[in-house]
Design a protein around this ligand. Structure first.
Ligand SMILES: C[S@@+](CC[C@H](N)C(=O)[O-])C[C@H]1O[C@@H](n2cnc3c(N)ncnc32)[C@H](O)[C@@H]1O
Length: 256
């Protein structure tokens, strides 16, 4: 019998990741798949390997945290951001925007490109993630051809350069707009005064109690009338109980 409670404690000690906040069934299944794939016989075996093998540790964190992302992911949401949210929050000030669970940076770079196109100047474009390896990739801003699939050719031509190995590097003019920082949504304090926060395809993995705690934190971090953007599978059932109102598909606004 695999002792999941002990594994949760060991993972928290070894990697600093609090598995108790994530949906148990899904996590157990993923971890068991990892054990099978790497021929590890037990959770203790896994912890021992994570302790001595840095590469295994990095790969495991990447696997566990599920880093899938893409540019302009969910076009409908980005259309509303471009047409409604960005003009509204850029009207009287330089807006502060936070992409939480930013993964490879595709989301925040998409926002940065939209702002550049509209001649809006950000006060802050902050991108955070728990996983340092994925943040390094985001900071490098180099993408495989599969990762830029489906992007409007206009953006590709204007803001990317194809390298000799076929990968695409994002322009310095976009990269330099973004600040990347490691931040654990479960443990670290939340910065305040954001005009828009995007946390998409992240809290789907958390238990419903954790989701509520995180949404409450995000709302506190928004300025009055600030916007909160979630993933398509993360619609908030009772937005008013958090002081939010739904303004568009996947987009909520802080009531006051
Ligand atoms: C599926 S990606 C979503 C990327 C992007 N937001 C999008 O929608 O395309 C989920 C990201 O959440 C990050 N993540 C998971 N748990 C986290 C936590 N406790 N704190 C911060 N980031 C976390 C993962 O490392 C991963 O990069």
């Amino acid at each position: 019998m695999r002792d999941y409670a002990k594994l949760q404690r060991d993972i928290n000690k070894t990697l600093g990741i609090d598995l108790t906040a994530y949906k148990e069934q899904q996590m157990r299944r993923r971890i068991n798949q990892w054990l099978d794939r790497h021929r590890l016989s037990s959770y203790d075996d896994l912890i021992e390997t994570l302790g001595r093998d840095r590469e295994h540790r990095e790969k495991f964190i990447e696997y566990l945290t599920i880093n899938t992302s893409s540019f302009f992911r969910d076009k409908r949401v980005f259309e509303a951001i471009e047409q409604v949210v960005l003009p509204s929050i850029s009207k009287n000030r330089r807006p502060r925007i936070w992409s939480a669970g930013a993964s490879i940076g595709a989301e925040i770079y998409s926002i940065a490109m939209l702002m550049k196109e509209a001649h809006f100047t950000p006060g802050l474009l902050l991108a955070t993630d728990l996983d340092e390896a994925v943040l390094d990739k985001a900071k490098a801003g180099v993408y495989l051809p599969t990762q830029i699939n489906g992007m409007d050719p206009k953006y590709l031509a204007k803001y990317f350069t194809q390298m000799s190995n076929g990968n695409w590097a994002i322009a310095e003019s976009i990269k330099s707009l973004v600040v990347f920082r490691r931040h654990d949504l479960l443990k670290d304090p939340y910065e305040r005064n954001f005009d828009m926060i995007l946390c998409r395809n992240v809290f789907i993995y958390f238990t419903s109690e954790t989701q509520k705690r995180l949404i409450t934190n995000f709302v506190q971090s928004l300025v009055p009338n600030g916007y909160f953007v979630v993933g398509s599978a993360e619609q908030i059932m009772d937005p008013t109980s958090f002081g939010l109102q739904r303004v568009s598909y996947c987009i909520y606004q802080k009531s006051t």
